[in-house]
Design a binder for this molecule. Structure first.
Ligand code: SAM
Length: 201
């Protein structure tokens, strides 16, 4: 069944890839954070909800054993064409194709922002299943004082308080290692959060 999120991104995949599908559109401090995180990952790294695949390719270029999955076939086609040396697969973050305990790291960079809050735990638990004990998860998201939905350019998304995400991570089998937030501006980017967590195995 095609979800509203999949449908919305399928329609706008080309536009998204053109405007946001390269490392030049990434905030310098996010680039630094994700690179440092990936450097600490031991084993295969999955970019879960990779979109156009720019993060996947960037991390592979830095030496990571990186691959990407996204539920939107148009993104996977774009990623394969743009980065032929990097593996990309159509799959859901809620049902990863990876075996239990096989991954060293999962990057969920703004890929869970459209999940209904009650469904976020399932995606986190799926990452926990696929990660080896001690494996690392990095989640990028819109941060807010309250759990609330808003009109995102593609399809409805959610803001999460950091404490809410920490609780969800704890329930899914992770321990939070680091938290980063950045304030937004009225006409610029929205407030941003990133949480690094480790699988308790
Ligand atoms: C805001 S984009 C982020 C894309 C990329 N991670 C980036 O940083 O540019 C959200 C992405 O998550 C993907 N996504 C959302 N729900 C998903 C799901 N259940 N399974 C796989 N991908 C999903 C969308 O297709 C889209 O590519």
């Amino acid at each position: 069944m095609t979800s509203d999120v999949e449908h919305a991104y399928s329609r706008r995949a080309a536009e998204y890839a053109e405007h946001l599908g390269s490392m030049s559109s990434v905030h310098p401090s996010d680039r630094q954070l994700v690179e440092a995180w990936a450097d600490d990952v031991d084993g295969p790294l999955l970019d879960a909800g990779c979109g156009p695949g720019h993060w996947t390719a960037h991390l592979a270029g830095l030496g990571a054993d990186a691959r990407g999955v996204d539920q939107v076939p148009a993104f996977v086609e774009h990623a394969r064409a743009a980065h032929p040396a990097v593996p990309f697969t159509v799959a859901s973050v809620d049902a990863l194709p990876d075996g239990a305990g096989t991954l060293g790291g999962v990057l969920a960079w703004y890929s869970l922002i459209h999940h209904e809050p009650a469904a976020v735990g399932r995606a986190l638990a799926e990452s926990a299943r696929a990660l080896r004990p001690g494996g690392r998860l990095l989640v990028g998201f819109f941060v807010g004082d309250e759990l609330e939905q808003f009109d995102h350019a593609v399809v409805t998304a959610w803001r999460w308080p950091v404490g809410w995400l920490a609780d969800e991570l704890g329930a899914a089998g992770f321990e939070v290692v680091e938290t980063h937030t950045r304030t937004g501006s009225p006409k610029g980017p929205r407030p941003h959060g990133a949480v690094l967590a480790r699988s308790r195995g």
